[in-house]
Design a protein around this ligand. Structure first.
Ligand code: NAP
Ligand code: 8YV
Length: 330
């Protein structure tokens, strides 16, 4: 019997074709009467394909009694109710590693755009200001800057390596667990790390454990010459405190790819010339999105053919070991 899959959110044509090899696909957005569909077909759905924004709503999860696998497009899974999945031995997979380099490049791009005032100088050149008023004011070099990393996991390490190799940066990091195997200085206090840093780069997971880690105290410690870069989740930064710190000159600049109420961005941030804004595009290159999509479908297809998955989230690995007969990590 063909496996049945519920697709939440959009996927690429390539992903659809790959999923169709082993699944009959039901697209949630195309279902007119969701309660009727769930009553009729919910019990036949064994897998869900979703993304980091939509997750799996609790009412949908409850309507899928035989769900075994949720395959997520993205490494962050703060939008998914993980305890509810673990309780039912439903495996959640994500897409780690394949996006590290492009997310790191996004962080570096925003650091350079901030320090070299890319937006101001692009406008200066385009508007004829150069011809009328001469050279634009000098900017700041990123060379030899001290960068404090909030988070030093897969993407954090990629950012740190690039910062050292490209710009000779002095890299510090703050995490809950020190990593003596890494060649960077661990700072156990986030405020102290911010005091020592020219830039703080946020690259932790989102969710309750990291909510508002970057607060007014951290922003003031980073100071009027400091720059905050956030490529993690909007929830990690207290956005109201960030706006206030920028407005009052307590913080120098910011580069933001993520926001507390995406896709809405506070007007105050849009109005500030010392803020670089991106619409959550850290991993959004054709190449990386294809690699992420391939990993989503490989997890689904391996599950359908061999009861295995490639990249389960850590929270699912322990029950997968206990249920080894049924579940294996490829
Ligand atoms: P990862 O390998 O799991 O690394 C997470 C890091 O955050 C670890 O160093 C971890 O260290 C640290 N951390 C976790 N909780 C913390 C806390 N309460 N205080 C301080 N540090 C904490 O994850 P990753 O693959 O690098 O991805 C990180 C996140 O980036 C994702 O979860 C996602 O939200 C975000 N992301 C954003 C984009 C984008 O488009 N902007 C793209 C990809 C990913 P300890 O456990 O030792 O604390
Ligand atoms: C994606 C991300 O934009 O991987 C993540 O955690 O934030 C991004 O790569 C998003 O998850 C796509 O659903």
């Amino acid at each position: 019997m063909q496996h049945q899959l519920l697709q939440i959110g959009a996927v690429t044509q390539r992903m659809t074709e790959q999923m169709q090899q082993h699944y009959r696909i039901h697209v949630l957005n195309d279902i007119d009467d969701v309660p009727a569909f769930m009553a009729d077909t919910g019990k036949d759905i064994s897998a869900v394909a979703t993304n980091g924004h939509d997750g799996v709503p609790d009412d949908i999860l409850q309507a899928l009694p035989n769900l075994k696998l949720v395959s997520g497009y993205g490494v962050g899974y703060d939008a998914v109710n993980v305890p509810a999945l673990v309780e039912r031995n439903i495996v959640l997979t994500h897409t780690p590693d394949v996006l590290n380099k492009d997310v790191a490049n996004t962080a570096l791009m925003m650091m350079l755009a901030s320090s070299r005032q890319l937006l101001r100088d692009d406008a200066w050149a385009r508007s004829g200001n150069w011809e009328k008023n001469g050279n634009s004011p000098l900017t700041r070099s990123i060379e030899n800057a001290t960068v404090g990393m909030l988070g030093m996991g897969r993407i954090g390490q990629c950012i740190a390596e690039k910062l050292q190799a490209a710009f000779d940066c002095n890299v510090l990091y703050h995490t809950r667990n020190a990593r003596p195997d890494l060649p960077y200085q661990h700072v156990s206090s986030l405020v102290e790390m911010a005091e020592q840093s020219d830039y703080v780069v946020v690259i932790t997971p989102g969710g309750t454990a990291t909510k508002h880690l970057v607060n007014s105290e951290v922003l003031s410690a980073l100071g009027p010459n400091g720059t905050l870069i956030n490529v993690a989740r909007g929830s990690v930064v207290d956005e109201a405190a960030l706006v206030e710190a920028l407005q009052q000159g307590k913080l120098g600049a910011a580069g933001l790819d993520v926001f507390e109420q995406e896709p809405s961005i506070p007007q105050a941030l849009c109005d500030m010339p010392n803020v670089v804004l991106l619409p959550h595009v850290g991993s959004a290159t054709i190449e990386t999105r294809q690699a992420m999509g391939d990993l989503v479908t490989e997890n689904l297809n391996l599950f359908a053919t061999a009861n295995k998955v490639i990249s389960p989230v850590p929270e699912c690995q322990s029950f997968m070991q206990h249920n080894g007969k049924h579940w294996q990590q490829a």
